[in-house]
Design a protein. Structure first.
Length: 194
């Protein structure tokens, strides 16, 4: 006969093992041959000392998409690129397809929509994004980044709102564009300014 404490300990250990299996793996600390540091707005980034982001012209290359769960890959990529271009222009950054423009390219490692099956009970759905990329000029890495984050719909039990998933994915794209631009444009400013 086993003491009651042993059963409690066993159940707790099992719960910890199961929870650890659900955690996302850590992000790598290097990207495009440079070491990344923790960012203020992104999970990790590298900023070249001579990079002045508001004084260069950019070319936004299409991001590749490795894995999409519960999401139409083609529609999301189009929505993502549009949100990125709009945010870039809204912040006064110049876009061009010129040969000497700084190229922003990257990979969407994973985009997923979670909770749609239990939406009527939980009242919410969420979207997750894992992404990496870099800004390069003539093969030199000026800025590199990795990020992973989630957004959730407002809690509203019952049937889903029309286009709720589409709007949430649009919010995910816009949130990433804002995080990226904040990291780039506010680099070097003191914590409370900007």
């Amino acid at each position: 006969m086993c003491p009651r404490g042993y059963h409690v300990f066993s159940l707790l250990a099992l719960a910890l093992v199961l929870a650890a299996g659900c955690l996302a793996p850590p992000l790598p600390l290097s990207q495009d041959g440079v070491d990344l540091q923790q960012g203020r707005f992104l999970a990790a980034c590298y900023f070249a000392p001579d990079f002045v982001p508001d004084q260069v012209v950019y070319h936004l290359e299409p991001f590749s998409l490795e894995e999409a769960q519960g999401v139409d890959p083609g529609a999301f990529r189009t929505q993502f690129q549009t949100a990125l271009a709009k945010a870039w222009e809204a912040n006064g950054l110049k876009l061009s397809a010129r040969e000497n423009a700084c190229r922003l390219a990257g990979t969407i490692h994973r985009v997923s929509l979670r909770g749609a099956f239990l939406r009527f009970i939980s009242g919410t759905i969420s979207a997750d994004l894992t992404i990496s990329g870099s800004i390069t000029r003539n093969g030199e890495v000026l800025f590199a980044f990795r990020d992973r984050f989630s957004v959730s719909s407002p809690v509203n039990p019952g049937p889903p709102a029309p286009k709720e998933a589409e709007l949430l994915l649009q919010q995910l794209s816009q949130a990433f564009a804002h995080r990226l631009l904040n990291e780039i444009l506010l680099h070097g400013l003191p914590e409370g300014s900007g």
